[in-house]
Write a protein that binds this ligand. Sequence first.
Ligand code: BGC
Length: 819
Amino acid sequence: MTSRIEELVDQMTLAEQVSLLSGEDFWSLPAIARLGIGKLRVTDGPNGARGGGSLIGGVKSAAFPVGIALGASWNVRLLHEVGVALAEEVKSKGAHVSLAPTVNLHRTVSNGRNFECYSEDPFLTASLAVAYIEGLQSQRVSATIKHFVGNESEIERTTISSEVDERALRELYLMPFEWAVKKAGTWAIMSSYNKLNGTYTSENPWLLDDVLRREWHYDGVVMSDWFGSHSTAPTVNAGLDLEMPGPTRDRGDKLVAAVEAGEVSRDTVRTRALNILRLMERTGALDDHSAFEERADDRAEHRALIRRAGAEGAVLLKNEGSLLPLTGNGKVAVIGPNAKVAQIMGGGSAQLNPHYRISPWDGLVAALGEDRLSFAEGTRNNRFEPALEGGLEVEYFNNPDFSGTPVFTERLGGGEVMWFAPPGGVVDLTNFSARLRGTFTPTATGMHNIGVYAAGYARVLVEGVLVADASAGAWEPGRTYFEEGCDEVVGQVDLEAGREYEVVVEFVRKPPRILGFSALHVGIGRPLGDAEIAEAVAVAREAGTALVFVGRNGEWDTEGSDLASIILPGRQDELVRAVAAVNPRTVVVLQTGGPVEMPWIGEVAAVVEAWYPGQEAGNSIADVLTGAAEPGGRLPQTFPVKWADNPTNSQDREVYPGMDGKVRYEEGVFIGYRHYDSHGVAPLFPFGFGLGYTSFEISDISIDDSAFESDGRVAVSVTVANTGQRPGSEVVQVYVSDREASVPRPDKELKGFEKVFLGPGERMRITLELDARAFAFYRVEAKHWIVEPGTFVIRASRHAGDAGLVAEVSRQTRLMLPV
Ligand code: BGC
């Protein structure tokens, strides 16, 4: 029987079929009114639904915890709930498809998008992704698992070739995608920006056709990352259904011509269009003729879920003398750059305009009362000067030199703007200049930094004097605006408190490298120094407990820019040490998108890693600090003692950050704890590690291996008991080691886990099922998975560094598994 979408596709002209294969604009596909076909809309992203428009501003949305925070929860049920809630958010933005989840692995500790990804481990990542996707799609909202594949850093990200051997691909990087297809039935996948072994993933037939469609039987849509499609026939033939964003660059008439020239068959175009129609049918977009509307739905149940999820991802790394949770009525010093500024998300396309942001200070005021708190900022951790506040009048000219009368004027809310759509519908974004005029009234007298960075040429004048220059002669490519911008150029100027200064920014559009947009950030800040650290010390000395909120923010942990180091930025280490020196009850609350070095770890009593947990950040953190909630997180990424210990540290620049257009994954399957294990490098905190407020015992391991010889299945059972005084959770982690293998294999690999919630004194018997893949490795030449004969060690433990409970299983024969 012919299906509805087959009938539809066969009623279409070639041009109509082709029209569905590229975006109409940034976030939607064209409708086909003649056939009653509605409009498919997509929205970023992993930690919310931003909706249409630019990355800044836009209709408000709920900000959920970022990927690494969700990864740290190790809770598949939570991820399902988050998926369901995010589906509601996607619908509130009139969209049908979420551009999420991000499942690239933490190969490095410095990847700018580390925060957006769940883990360094493929099993944890895949398990969480499946739950998240099932949650989304249970509401008829499509996931778009990304970025397929090999996008583990942000350096030269739109052109670099990730050189990855097939075994590492199969065992690590492809696995979350494989599960998303086979177990969750994802309806969409986004190809990555990079090349894979020399060919862009958006036109890689091995990846998109052999592996994805033939081996995994994928019937969903593959879309390009934004501007990540670079050809006509090669992408269409390889299996890229959708070129994003629109309007088209490589398809439309060019694709019709390629069909006429015999470079692409009509049948291939039909198949691609059918895939799009299938996605439209699955999500309801096919029959969605409702007027486009974006709503800001600030729901109580989302607030509660986000708050809970934030605490579930918070990892208690150290708690000497059970300092936490805070008890008693003593004074609490709240110190640090992240105390009064809520760090709720990372930067880049995952960014959105949140309903609100609860800072740690706000959360603590609500939990403890302001009377018990004192505050000192201590130091700063910003990467860029804070964006100029207050209105800016903008004059636009459709020429590069501000000549004639402006074609449009508008007022902007602050010092950052990204131009995706023509202002007023009249500014020619391919050829324009803009003059922005605002004022600044300093609150303190002294030297101020004026910073500017731009995807475009820009210079800043204060009272008519040029202070920061990133104009045509001075501009150099840097790590801002997805690699379209320059690094921040900072100038200094002496300003007097209370006086109003005129600030003018002159911006001239510059042809983009790859991504077609212009953007500008202008900021003013006053550097903090010794006096502010001394003030923090004084505040800490007076208090019973000192909470120090340090870390990074979305300027550092951002798409488009890797970190140059994992040392806390600025003088934050110094601040922690200075506070710890005067207050033995010092608690460090970290907010970062990945590991940091902690040279002061021996000097402080307690450490919590809270990541970027979304709009409820301060409430989740206060819940954990006061014990209203358990710190439920376990590290989804190993924290090394120092950057140089991490898997991509090498004398060879090709291994990282990359050289001559290549980044070579030389370490193969040995990333994350697999690396630290194989090199005998002790981490600062191992993968899977995290403390709680109660104590657990894992006991009585038993194994059912009756099906091991026949089909490679093993069931592992243990008893988990809460032996402490408070309710809490423990994550039972099952690691498998292959005793003797014909290829080098990691010392152990995570193959099962379960988060168990128990009241004081409660116990529970749990069983984890391992399948044959838990024991197999991938044989490249033979193109199959194999479980070799011999003995395998199964360990049920609390983290990768824990001896845990051990059992062994053995088999006599080899077991071959198809791809
Ligand atoms: C990112 C994607 C994102 C897309 C649309 C790209 O820069 O890599 O993850 O979904 O933009 O915003």
